[in-house]
Design a protein around this ligand. Structure first.
Ligand SMILES: [Fe+2]
Length: 160
């Protein structure tokens, strides 16, 4: 998992992470921080194991760590964050040692992680979509009433 540690230590990654932290300091809703990124990575990996999907673990963790990295861009310019995340993740993935096909698969999943049409797919895109949604503890959230998620999207119970 050296590549994943390299992502975490990458100077651009740390910059984007800090930018999001500053912009979300007063945010009442879900944050986009390392806790969320690792929740998504771990849930996605569990989903891979449960569904016999043989993706490399580093691909899954790279998706978790990078899928929301463009959140700061969205706050600053309105650019959809899956688009910004895909753009920002590319250089980081190259720098930490991922190669052609791997980068393509990871970026495709990041680009599609908010796309409802991919939500049921048994591939990395679908897994990332579902892990991202499953990671949020809506049942304990104090801002649930004003959250813009539809009620059918919210996690109102602990699903096992
Ligand atoms: Fe996310």
């Amino acid at each position: 998992m050296k590549k994943i540690q390299r992502i975490y230590e990458h100077k651009d990654y740390r910059y984007y992470l800090n930018e999001i932290k500053i912009m979300e300091v007063d945010r009442a809703y879900c944050k986009h921080d390392m806790a969320h990124f690792l929740d998504v990575a771990r849930i996605a990996w569990i989903m891979c194991l449960e569904n016999n999907l043989s993706y490399d673990k580093t691909w899954v963790y790279a998706c978790g760590l990078l899928h929301d990295i463009g959140r700061g861009c969205q706050y600053a310019t309105g650019e959809p964050h899956e688009v910004a995340s895909t753009r920002l993740a590319k250089g980081i993935l190259e720098d930490v040692g991922f190669e052609g096909d791997e980068i393509e698969a990871i970026l495709k999943a990041i680009a599609g992680h908010r796309n409802i049409t991919t939500s049921h797919q048994q591939d990395l895109e679908g897994i990332l979509y579902r892990a991202d949604k499953a990671s949020r503890a809506c049942y304990i959230c104090g801002s649930i009433e004003t959250c813009n998620w539809n009620n059918d999207k919210k996690n109102l119970k602990i699903e096992v």
